[in-house]
Design a protein around this ligand. Structure first.
Ligand SMILES: Nc1nc2c(c(=O)[nH]1)N[C@H]1C(S)=C(S)[C@@H](COP(=O)(O)OP(=O)(O)OC[C@H]3O[C@@H](n4cnc5c(=O)[nH]c(N)nc54)[C@H](O)[C@@H]3O)O[C@H]1N2
Ligand SMILES: Nc1nc2c(c(=O)[nH]1)N[C@H]1C(S)=C(S)[C@@H](COP(=O)(O)OP(=O)(O)OC[C@H]3O[C@@H](n4cnc5c(=O)[nH]c(N)nc54)[C@H](O)[C@@H]3O)O[C@H]1N2
Ligand code: SF4
Ligand SMILES: [Mo]
Length: 893
């Protein structure tokens, strides 16, 4: 393909962020960058992109990349680094046994990389301790699918969202986390009147857009769906024929449901909903044959996640509403290749190609691989795995494509544990993150391997609807970076397994993976892509997005499964599984009376190693915050816009307080994105408890008992800099990217004089213009390098400091000498004022411009779009535009 100008070829690839799996057209600019656009030919997004996908071009720079191997702090060649990995692994195995080695992988690896890691560990090194961040993400869905269907199968397709008359979103903030699918649902709502119901304790952007929002009490979804099952059973929508022909376990499950939800009143009481809300939900669900029930982390990341999944699935089985157009249970997967990882057996309790650990399956995989050290049972799951790192059972750990020092529960303990390993190998794209920093300085021996990043990677990913798409390279490998599969294979070679790891391309790995899926598969395994095992390299390069299974003898995929039964259990029947009655999740204690819920914001991806590079994306939510209900604001003595220390039994963080009725009283919400790289006190992972679901081992990340303590901050301010700044210890700061550098919001309570003194070390070699007014607690500094604004530091009494947005556009640009002092006034030299926080990331439209448009008569989101372009690209900010529309009369009054 060629772009319209014909300079560089445009490459069809796939977005590296969420599990929607949008197709992307990337056109390299010849200078290491690229422009990206949605691929109109990709069935998952048909040309759409969300704010994160649209900003991918801003994340391709090399400034933060790891560009060469590093062993024990020193740059080395690849051969030295690979030798070091192999000899040290061999040494650890000699001293502590094979099972002292572990791998911690990621749903952001390509299927081919994942396949190789799993083969090396489970077949050749002989350790079962291979788990992945999907344990924190999808494990409850995997366990739920396997319990219900006999295999980890998503029965439906995205098309079902458009063909449904009712879409129920349970614990899914799709408007922010799966925006393109949410836009597809919104389009169906407009075109065919599809009703949308959101079930979430928080009034999220998704809930605001829905026709109904059920603010369910945390952890009580099982009660609601148990009640729904009893009402289905007592009505004509029960599909007796389907239940009789294709399922087992209905009677026991129904009996248990009646115990869990004995009446409407009991259901309402347990779920915290009004009886009318429950009744309306049941009516809508029962009355609508074409219903899709979607779920995500509000279901999975729960001490009862697997039961939540099977309770939802049970309602679809009981009505036979599965595997047919417009209906079915649909798990939205988080990461771009969460599904691919599940397919190759990246989870500690799975073997490759959806096989488990029965003797027959173990033997089958052993023979296929000709594996000398085949494991015979399950390994440790993520939370237990890191406990084993902490207590020395695991001595060598290879982390690939994930940042566990941030994202695991009890993350401070995880970070400490990493420093105790005999060998920590980290393959990553970035030179620095909290995990890479963890082993340094401690006894731990540390090897960092530069992995190929998006744009360079070459392989496949599988999205939420089982669709396998190609990620194709459109940039040269950065520095000495290498694909993960290559790194693993070269280590395998050094461990004496060269023959089994002799691939020279991802196509060859894919063919082997596809062949294994069909190996001795008489239909008993749903994951079968053996139809693709003879793709030649050109065919692999050209592979169009396709939904598995792709059975032998065909290249065609499968949109839906189970419409006529045919489940993947031995008797071909689905299982109804009785749920355990949910406890009243982590009952409040006097010490920790609140419940901490954690999750995502619209424009950041996880630990911000990539989205954190984009100025457009940083502006929407520039600081780590905690949402608190006004009742709790009063109860805890907090102030909206002030600071609070969130504390749990495991850790603490200091966060900006946002007073809001989005959260229910007694519940607080904090985003997961900030790290030690991007904030001084904003790491939320350390607060989260390590409690896990008994079936899936997935940690409960949404309900940790917590408390909030006010943190006084007399001073507030910001810093700007073209280069990273080492800010004084003790200061509260949070960093985002802005054009040409970084911006920090600052807060502190110490003496101004100490800060002024510390500031002398900032901006070395620059000319400085300063404004000091100690009596008023004011200090302002602007630094110039060769006449250009190199940075600034503005501190003053809280609430009186200009916003960084005013000065940020000047960063790196020339400032005339005469303008330097006026710059310290906090107004841009052209007199332009603060445009307020960015609301529309795609077009960088600030709040003030939107309020001005509303004041000038724009009375709906499309009128705002016509006036100032906000909301006209990806649409993710439309819920926020609506909120501003609703607020303005109050503002004006
Ligand atoms: N912008 C953005 N998008 C992303 C990501 C990102 O980092 N940023 N990450 C991707 C990944 S890996 C994932 S896993 C997905 C996650 O996507 P989502 O699951 O949609 O996102 P979360 O914010 O983790 O949590 C969803 C909701 O669960 C709710 N919840 C908490 N407890 C309960 C409960 O007991 N019951 C119910 N019904 N709801 C509850 C929370 O209030 C929250 O609004 O997003 C993907 N997309
Ligand atoms: N409290 C709380 N904790 C959570 C969650 C929550 O909702 N609440 N959500 C959980 C969920 S669902 C998830 S998915 C996790 C996500 O948590 P993590 O996986 O820890 O977060 P990421 O920032 O995505 O880390 C990915 C890392 O891999 C690197 N990387 C990206 N691509 C590649 C590649 O191809 N190869 C290599 N070698 N490296 C690569 C990136 O630079 C980055 O450092 O967080 C989990 N933790
Ligand atoms: S919805 Fe956004 S983040 Fe997810 S795949 Fe599509 S463009 Fe990427
Ligand atoms: Mo995830």
């Amino acid at each position: 393909m060629s772009d319209p100008i014909g300079t560089m070829p445009t490459v069809r690839t796939t977005c590296p962020y969420c599990g929607v799996g949008c197709g992307i057209l990337a056109t390299p600019d010849g200078a290491g960058g690229a422009t990206v656009a949605g691929d109109p030919g990709h069935p998952s997004n048909v040309g759409r992109l969300c704010s994160k996908g649209a900003a991918l071009g801003e994340t391709l720079g090399l400034a933060t990349r790891l560009l060469h191997p590093v062993v024990d702090g020193a740059r080395t060649s690849w051969s030295t680094a690979l030798d070091a990995v192999a000899t040290r692994l061999t040494d650890v195995i000699a001293r502590h046994g094979r099972e002292s080695v572990a791998f911690y992988l990621s749903g952001q690896l390509l299927t081919e990389d994942y396949y190789v890691a799993n083969k090396l560990a489970k077949g050749f090194i002989g350790t079962p301790h291979v788990d992945t961040n999907s344990r924190l993400c999808m494990a409850s869905s995997v366990a739920g699918h396997r319990r219900s269907f006999g295999a980890d199968v998503v029965p439906g397709s995205y098309e079902d969202l458009e063909q449904a008359d009712l879409v129920v979103l349970v614990g899914s903030n799709a408007a922010w986390c799966h925006p393109v699918l949410f836009q597809r649902i919104a389009a169906a709502r407009r075109s065919r009147g599809t009703r949308v119901i959101a079930i979430d304790p928080r009034r999220t952007a998704t809930a605001e857009e829905a026709d109904a929002h059920l603010a369910v009490a945390p952890g009580q979804d099982t009660v609601l769906f148990a009640h729904l099952l009893t009402q289905i059973a007592d009505s004509a929508v029960l599909d007796r024929a389907f239940v009789a022909a294709h399922t087992t376990g209905f009677d026991e499950t129904l009996a248990r449901a009646r115990e869990i939800a004995p009446s409407l009143a009991a259901t309402a009481a347990r779920t915290g909903l009004a009886e009318s809300e429950v009744r309306d939900f049941v009516r809508a669900w029962c009355a609508t044959e074409r219903v899709v029930t979607v779920w995500s982390q509000g279901v999975n990341q729960s001490a009862q996640g697997t039961d939540k999944v099977t309770s939802i699935v049970a309602c679809h089985l009981a009505t036979g509403r599965i595997g047919r157009p417009g209906m079915g249970p649909l798990s939205f997967t988080g990461q771009p290749n969460a599904m691919g990882g599940r397919e190759v057996g990246g989870l500690a309790n799975m073997l490759a190609a959806h096989m488990g650990f029965s003797a027959v399956e173990v033997d089958r995989v052993r023979r296929f691989w000709t594996a000398p050290a085949m494991v015979t049972g399950e390994g440790l799951k993520a939370v237990d795995l890191f406990d084993a790192v902490a207590d020395g059972r695991i001595r060598a750990l290879w982390v690939m494509g994930t940042n566990p020092a941030v994202s695991l529960p009890r993350a401070d303990a995880v970070r400490d544990a990493l420093g105790r390993l005999d060998l920590l190998v980290v393959s990553d794209n970035v030179a620095s993150n909290d995990t890479l920093s963890a082993g340094i300085g401690a006894a731990g021996i540390h090897i960092r391997l530069p992995a190929a990043a998006w744009g360079e990677k070459d392989g496949t990913v599988t999205n939420s609807e089982r669709r396998i798409s190609r990620q194709r390279p459109f940039l040269r490998l950065a520095g000495e970076a290498k694909p993960d599969w290559w790194i693993l294979s070269r280590v395998a070679e050094r461990l004496g397994h060269g023959v089994a790891f002799a691939w020279t391309s991802p196509a060859a790995i894919f063919r082997e993976h596809a062949a294994l899926s069909g190996f001795e598969n008489d239909g008993a395994r749903a994951f079968d892509i053996s139809g693709l095992d003879d793709l030649d390299d050109a065919g692999y390069d050209a592979l169009a997005p396709v939904q598995w299974p792709v059975r032998r003898g065909t290249r065609d995929g499968t949109a839906r499964l189970f419409g006529d039964g045919g489940f993947v259990t031995a008797d071909r029947r689905a299982r109804f599984v009785p749920a355990a009655a949910p406890g009243l999740a982590s009952a409040a204690s006097p010490r920790f009376p609140l419940r901490l819920n954690t999750g995502r914001v619209r424009d950041q991806w996880h630990t911000m190693t990539r989205t954190g590079l984009s100025p457009r994306l940083g502006a929407h939510r520039p600081e780590p915050f905690v949402e608190v209900h006004p009742d709790d604001i009063a109860r805890c003595g907090l102030r909206d816009g002030g600071f609070a220390r969130a504390e749990t039994a495991h850790g603490s963080a200091v966060l900006r307080v946002v007073a809001t009725e989005i959260v229910r009283p007694g519940e607080i919400f904090a985003p997961i994105h900030w790290t030690a790289e991007t904030s001084s006190y904003g790491r939320v992972g350390p607060l989260v408890q390590g409690a896990t679901d008994p079936h899936s081992g997935q940690p409960e990340a949404k309900a940790t008992p917590a408390t909030l303590v006010p943190v006084p901050m007399r001073l507030a301010g910001f810093a700007l800099s073209t280069a990273p700044l080492a800010l004084p210890v003790g200061l509260w700061w949070a960093r985002i990217a802005v054009a040409g550098g970084f911006a920090w919001t600052l807060a502190g309570d110490g003496p101004l004089a100490a800060l002024v003194a510390a500031a002398t070390a900032l901006f070395p070699g620059c000319d400085r213009a300063e404004l000091r007014d100690p009596a008023r607690d004011v200090f302002r500094l602007a630094a110039f390098d060769d006449g250009r604004l190199a940075g600034a530091l503005f501190v003053g009494p809280a609430a009186q400091v200009p916003r960084w947005e005013t000065l940020a556009p000047l960063l790196g640009g020339p400032v005339a000498s005469a303008a330097r002092l006026s710059l310290l006034s906090g107004r841009a030299p052209d007199g332009s004022a603060d445009c307020g926080p960015v609301v529309c990331a795609c077009h960088s439209v600030g709040r003030e411009a939107i309020l001005a448009a509303i004041a000038a008569g724009a009375d709906d989101a499309s009128a705002i779009g016509a006036a100032v372009k906000a909301g006209t690209n990806c649409g993710s900010c439309i819920p926020e535009l609506k909120r501003l529309l609703a607020e303005v009369p109050r503002v004006a009054a």
